[in-house]
Write a protein that binds this ligand. Sequence first.
Ligand code: ADP
Ligand code: ZN
Length: 715
Amino acid sequence: MYDQMTEQRKYSILKEIWGFTAFRSSQSEIIDRVLLGKDCLVIMPTGGGKSLCFQLPALLFDGLTVVISPLIALMNDQVTALKLSGVKVAAFHSNMTRNEQQDVERQLLQGEIKLLYVSPERANSAGFPDFLDKLKINLFAIDEAHCVSIWGNDFRPDYVLLNVLRDRFSHVPFIALTATADAATQQDICKQLHLTEPEIFVSSFERKNIFTESRPSEQKYKQVVEFLFKVPNQSGIIYCLSRKETEKLSLKLRQAGFNCDFYHAGMEPEERKRVQKDFQDDKIQFICATIAFGMGIDKSNIRWIIHYAMPKNLEGYYQEIGRAGRDGTPAKALLFYSWGDYIMLKKFIDDSQAKEDFKTVQYAKLERMWEFASANECRTNVVLSYFGEFRNEPCQHCDNCIHPPKSKEATTTAQKALSAVVRCKENVGLNLLIDVLRGSYRAEVREAGLDQIKTFGVGKDISFINWKIYITQLINQGFLRIDYTDGFKLKTTPLTHSVLFDGKKVQLVDLTYTDLVTEAPKPKQKKMMLEDELISKLKEWRSEQARQKQVPAYVIFADKVFENIAASKPLTRADLLMVEGIGKVKMEQYGADIIAIVQGFISNQELVKNVQGKTYLDTFQLYRQGLSPAEIAQKRELSETTIYSHFAYLYTKDEPIDLMQFITEDDITKVRTAWLLADKEMSLSAIAEHLISPMEFYKIRLSLAVIIKREKMER
Ligand code: ADP
Ligand code: ZN
């Protein structure tokens, strides 16, 4: 099955259907494994490009590929996107009418379908395997495979039954795919699905295009508004801890003039659907949501995620930020954290009915989440180590790598705080301690007699926020601890003594996040602004297409593709086809529209004289108005030879230009002979030297264009 031909077809289908020219990390190896008919398990982060791993082989096989996918919304989006790229694909799930199902069955029996998406319920239904027996099946793909394992974070009993299918079709390869599975879950997936000697492909979990940042929650509403001003029209999600918070925040931001809405599991299903759809169609810029929002969202142009409060573990956090930047272009993830969040999350665990050993795990996970949020080192490395990837080079896409926090010797500051804890008899929480340090006379301080102690007011010169940040670091460094069993009061540790009495030096970090907040957006260069303008023209066109076809905008073209177009400004079909992300079917469907938009845009840009190809475009437009080469030359104040060379160029770029009105077949034959004698030399004078009788240069040039094109077509 596997040979050089297949290798070539892999690439030609990749370009034809998806418009891509290269595979990402392990995609190619995974596809090879599948083509060899062997089982595998693929662990790849969200947005990594899992779907290609089974969709592309499906197109290389002569039979059918069956894809099991747990969410109808996700399934529908993939099906729509594939259809738009010209792939014969169908879905089977319970939301279809009997008629629709029969129609799909008929098409399957006639061998018209390459990919069939099926919900797990449907796959397990009686009669389904019998039906499959009538078809030629080449591959089963199990998407979201972690659902099969109770170790994963979304167990679905329906998934376990899929091993029945596996046993029945033991000769057909299975590929299981997921974005979340630690080592134990990976083994369990293989076991539960009865995979045969599966190869496990684990991709790095690093999301290089996501800029990760974490900030203390002080004045977070204000910080969020400032952030939002910098990302106008960019899709995003603000994750909140409670339903009520989503509603409150959304209302407040709407009143501030932002185009947003809220989403949580307590809403009516109809309303939830509407919000989700409006978001996917770019009608709502961003959603304030609980973590219920996200599963089933397959929107590739989400540009930012804000966590308005700290999530309960890093799995959740990483999955949530993973929803941004799926199209591979830069995205931002901003996390706000505070001791208040920590305490609340801790209480959730305390008050839950779960078994003690489960709680222990949850506490440990929360601890790691906190370490991540308050880390002063590369955040990406903290997350990666959590998922079992260890390394220590800086990632260069997190706040701590870009603006390394500067630590300074702050032993006196530390001593003040530690001494205050001791003098308050280890009987105060964080906020009260700071009030004491700053000499506040509020009632709670006075009633406890804390205004009488020696350290009262010794830390006036440090702001409340800074004290909070410093004390947090003292806790992280082990000089203080929080006693969860005693009202979250601050207590000393075995290390406290060393700072107070043994001269141990303490380093503290001043947070630099304020610099990031106030950092002015860089003035964009003119070129960038023009590109942005072209992108928004393309987006307008896309919205209209999406509306007509009733599909989400991003399945027509990803934002990334528009960026590529704006950067290269293709003026001809051939140039457009070179753009990454433009496949053959999309080219046929939309190529003319897009070229027209780009051409219209460029012609209107008096400023951009030097856009590559604009001169050809100007010539081409006059040609289409019926002007002769001499007339065009006169009008454009260029030589006629130049106009002919434009014609030759446009012709090689597949523009409809009829060269045969200027040359004859006889000319072509003569030039071809001379060209071969000149060892296929492309220089016109070299060819002229080998001609039997002299010929005008422009004719040589035009003939050469025809010859080259014919050669290409023969190959
Ligand atoms: P996953 O299912 O792993 O979350 P997808 O399969 O949806 O990820 O792919 C994420 C994005 O990456 C999509 O926009 C897809 O078109 C793009 N993509 C996948 N493979 C490639 C590739 N080889 N080159 C460029 N873009 C790719
Ligand atoms: Zn980093």
